[in-house]
Design a binder for this molecule. Sequence first.
Ligand code: BGC
Length: 811
Amino acid sequence: MAGKLKKLRDSVLRRIIDRLSQSSAELVDSDPTLNAGMITLCREAATEGIVLLRNDGTLPLQRSRVAVFGRVQVDYLVVGYGSGGDVKSPYRRNLLDALVDSDVAVDEELATRYREWTAANPVDEGHWGSWPFSFPEMPLDDDMVRSAASRADAAIVVIGRAAGESRENKLEPGSYYLTEEELAMLAAVTTEFARTIVVLDTGNVVDMAWLGEFGERISAVVLAWQGGMEAGNAVADVLSGAANPSGRLTATIAARYEDYPTAENFGHRTFNNYAEDIFVGYRYFETFAPDRVLFPFGFGLSYTTFSVSPVVSIDHDSVTVTATVTNTGERAGKHVIQAYYRASAGALAQPARQLAGFAKTDLLGPGQSETVTIAFPVSQMASFDDSGATGHADAYVLEAGEYEIFVGADVRSAARVGAHTVSAPTVTRQLTESCAPDPAHPFQRMTLSHDGAQRAVPAWEATPTRTRADRRSRVLAQLPDGVPLTGDVGITLGDVRDGTASLEQFVAQLTPAELEALTRGDRVMNSALGTPGNAGVFGGTVESLRVKGVPAITTTDGPSGIRLAAYASLLPCGTALASTWNTSLLEELARNHGQEMRHKKTDVLLSPGMNIQRDPLCGRNFEYFSEDPVVSGKTASAIVAGIQAAGVAACPKHLACNNQETNRSRNDSRVSQRALREIYLRGFEICVVESRPRVMMTSYNKINGVWAHYNDDLVTTILRNEWGFDGVVITDWWMQRAHDPDFPGLRDNAYRVRGQVDVLMPGGMRGLRRDKTDSSLLDSYGRADGVTLGEMQRSATNVLTFALGVPRSTD
Ligand code: BGC
């Protein structure tokens, strides 16, 4: 009994501590000045991320008089909750204020009612993990709506949804569904007004079945996402016509939640079988269920029209799509050209479409043209064979046959422009079995079959499971040689930077205790060694390292801004950024953001968040980019390149399969190697290869039974050896205790370091006093099978290489 009580007490205490340590830091720096460039770029990105889903010509509003409904016009949701949104922006521009300052005439009488009611009924933002999904609406009576209709030409109804870390969206009114009050508001407004525009202020895709109910009574739908501190201005720009919308969906909007292929296998506490396999999002809908789609992947309207004449040229190694885009309408606008392929179906099932690349035009005036190019290697169309069905197990294979190329404005309307024929099966990359599903947990995965009418229908097959059992010998064969300890010979990191000593010589001086200190952060969030409000500090965590010139490296969340105890810019949420499909704009925004990091004194931004939006209910989808890995990878690459151009570092997260929040640190994502490589790792791979992030964060969850922070298949075999990542790998905040199944006696931090997950963040261990160092690493050092000097020096070297690149105050 006493044991039980102690367990309960510990778990309650742990929860309290977790909550407190994740809570927001007090504002200490009251200078609200932001760089003007950031403000302009945030507005531009928020505007370009807005997706116009429907328009019968009502938009743009020009100089119309509008009545605005919905409390969110005042209490505008500019970002989601949790580490990805907790930024102290000096202001948050709401929609009502922005509209009042635009060309649109806002009905003041209704606006005053909303201002007064929202002031009298402030929102309760709750606390960590129990934030509201939506806010109660102001009750409307028919007279109020009727009299507003007599004064205005059109109505805007603003609907807001929030989500956040540590929990999912729910299949409930107020979260995924509209509430009774919101439906009543739409009913009343669409009855009285001839034209109603719905603005969706949300970070996640929400149910849109109500569109069917209200039909053409809803003239326009604007999916505004959560646009950061400039959100209101961005939406007002689009509504008024000051800007022409050019955002495109990065995820499919299905008719009903149950239509998503993940619906049965999402949100379970202990494990989730990724049974849909590679048929995620549009890969499923376009192949099997096109009629279950309300708005297809890639879709978005404009106030102008474009003509596109694509030409495709294919040689042996690469596909090049060249498209001349002409603005054939009357307003300046930007267009997004998307290239898809359909791989030849042989032994491996293939989706009807896969995005190969995309390009966005500059702003084209009426009659103006631009030629854009999308080029990709033929090898990008290869598939990963995890069963050996092609005769080439664990390899990327181009099966023989025709590879069709499609170009268009979205996945559905993209038209065939050519094809490439592969005459004989070709292995483009031979890899090794890694992160394969556990034979103890078999599951069926979706594949493709045909019905009597030759229509594609889902079929099921056994997911191939692990066949290799040689991890122990593989790891032992790769153990690094250490450098013999020399003791302190007076070399500083400055000497290494100046070239008077080598890094190896510097490392040789470090004691095991100093090496241990380099493999973990300073134990707590908001470490006194870093900039106030930091997420944690690593590097010079102990005095003896700092004396040798190792700096304390400050990390901060990410992704929507710099989460510190000082004011900082609040960027549009990740989904809004990705919906721009404008990588050069994102790179420029990120470059300015990197400069803001320099100014605010942080070294690593825990961003971008780039997990695949596998299911619309995931609570952190707002931080992430897309259901598609190419959009995710290219968006992340642009952001990483921009941040790092400013001399600071980005840290993509969470590698990998952190696709839900339910029980996120214990959940097992059970997924085939093919889906892992083609969907869940692909974006990370693109980002690592193209932009070389200097830091990478592993995820909380397990992948096929192995926690990502212990996973040497993931971190050593794939990330480092295959993709060539040479930076620092850090854990997500804290980690689970575990014994290494292949090395008895190796546990916790020793198990982690063996997997080349260099740094435990923020550095403390659950259940251990904040000022105490966990002993698992040093306990195992020198023991049979224990962590070796070389392994500790390897992780330390990764950290020190990073430290050498940290800008000094004189830089
Ligand atoms: C989140 C990370 C975040 C970290 C530090 C974790 O709970 O999953 O995305 O960077 O906290 O705040």
